[in-house]
Design a protein around this ligand. Structure first.
Ligand code: FAD
Length: 344
């Protein structure tokens, strides 16, 4: 297993508990992820049920992950690991077209509910405008990525996952048909690549072109003023015009994320636009104090849909390019990898 982001930790844990012997490589193991990684920067929104399509691979992976995250959280909790999860997601519609799409989704899925006009009026002083309507998904929610990765790492280690704080420099096929990891030790029947943007560079010398490009995201943690904390009682995280507002403990809120294509350094003007919600920040948000800002890179496949889940050669699996939904899709990715290995 190459790469210990949320995808790598999920795959390693799931394979080890399914009876396989896993070695996990990442130079950042035992320390914080580097600036090129995505998982520790993610807000952790799990948007499975509000997905606009009702068929196809993306839909299936989301529904599978939705069910698996619930099982995984329970299983890990029984072993003493707390995975903070805040249920509920409220998507606001800023245009008539979005409102119409929300009405259609609410008709198709019984667990989704449109806000009634009185509810919207009650929320109106607190939410950014325009907000023409809202779709509430009680089953979606937000999972803290960092404690989730810690739980998967610790429980994985208990189960026997071998952790190697080493950068993999290349992959070679040995005479016996196994894979040798350059920079690591030993040979393996299967290699799974979940090294984010670096996956592409590791594949190139093997003749596999799977280009990905960085899409940078910046986010903020804000402290709400005393008396301004009503938004924390929202029925979950709020999504408005592609920006997420995530209520946090201790009167705090996460705000994110920017979408900066082909950037590796966050642009100050993008952060300002996020902070001000493009000029629509309600008064309580303007009064909040910035406690922390951070950034991360999302790996987006070029010319192929996200994520990249492929067996490229016997024993070589690519599980990367999750772009904006790696936290959500990590369990379904792990299940896909296990299926490939078990089918030989
Ligand atoms: C600001 C922001 C907000 C986001 N919000 C959400 C959200 O709300 N919901 C959601 O589902 N997703 C969200 N995402 C997307 C999500 O973070 C990514 O899709 C996900 O983190 C991808 O996980 P990963 O494990 O594939 O990659 P990464 O987390 O990038 O991990 C890749 C790992 O590979 C390691 N590596 C690199 N090269 C090598 C090598 N040569 N050898 C060994 N290891 C190597 C790196 O050190 C790194 O730890 C967000 C992303 C950002 C940036």
């Amino acid at each position: 297993m190459i790469g210990a982001g949320v995808v790598g930790f999920s795959v390693a844990w799931h394979l080890q508990r399914s009876g396989h012997q896993v070695a996990l490589y990442d130079p950042q193991l035992g320390q914080a992820q580097g600036a090129d990684a995505g998982s520790s920067a993610a807000l952790g929104l799990l948007m499975a049920r509000v997905f606009r399509r009702s068929s196809g691979r993306g839909w299936r992976l989301r529904q599978q992950s939705h069910a698996l995250w619930r099982q995984w959280r329970e299983e890990l909790q029984q072993r003493g690991h707390v995975l903070p999860f805040r249920p509920g997601l409220l998507q606001l519609a800023t245009t008539a077209a979005e409102q119409e799409a929300q009405a259609q989704l609410a008709e198709q899925r019984q667990d989704l509910r449109l806000l009634d006009p009185a509810e919207l009026e009650t929320l109106r002083p607190l939410i950014p405008q325009p907000s023409l309507g809202g779709l509430l998904s009680p089953e979606d929610g937000q999972l803290d990525p960092i404690p989730a990765m810690r739980a998967l790492q610790e429980d994985g280690a208990r189960l026997g996952v071998q952790l190697n704080a080493t950068a993999v420099r290349g992959l070679e096929r040995s005479g016996s048909g196994q894979w040798r990891v350059v920079g690591g030790q030993g040979s393996y029947d299967w290699v799974v690549l979940s090294a984010g943007l670096s996956s592409s560079a590791l594949l190139e010398p093997l003749g596999h072109e799977r280009p990905q490009h960085p899409v940078l995201g910046q986010a903020l943690e804000l402290q709400l003023a005393d008396g301004d904390q009503a938004p924390l009682n929202w029925p979950g995280s709020l999504s408005w015009s592609g920006i997420n507002l995530v209520p946090r403990p201790q009167g705090r809120l996460w705000l994110g994320a920017t979408v900066e294509i082909d950037q590796r350094q966050g642009q100050p003007e993008q952060l300002l636009a996020l902070r001000e919600l493009d000029g629509q920040a309600p008064a309580w948000l303007q009064r909040a104090t910035v406690l922390r800002q951070w950034q991360g890179l999302r790996a987006r496949p070029l010319g192929r849909p996200a994520p990249l889940l492929e067996q490229l050669e016997p024993g070589l699996l690519l599980a990367s390019g999750h772009y904006r939904n790696g936290v959500l899709l990590a369990p379904a990715t792990a299940a896909w990898v296990a299926e490939q290995i078990e089918q030989g």
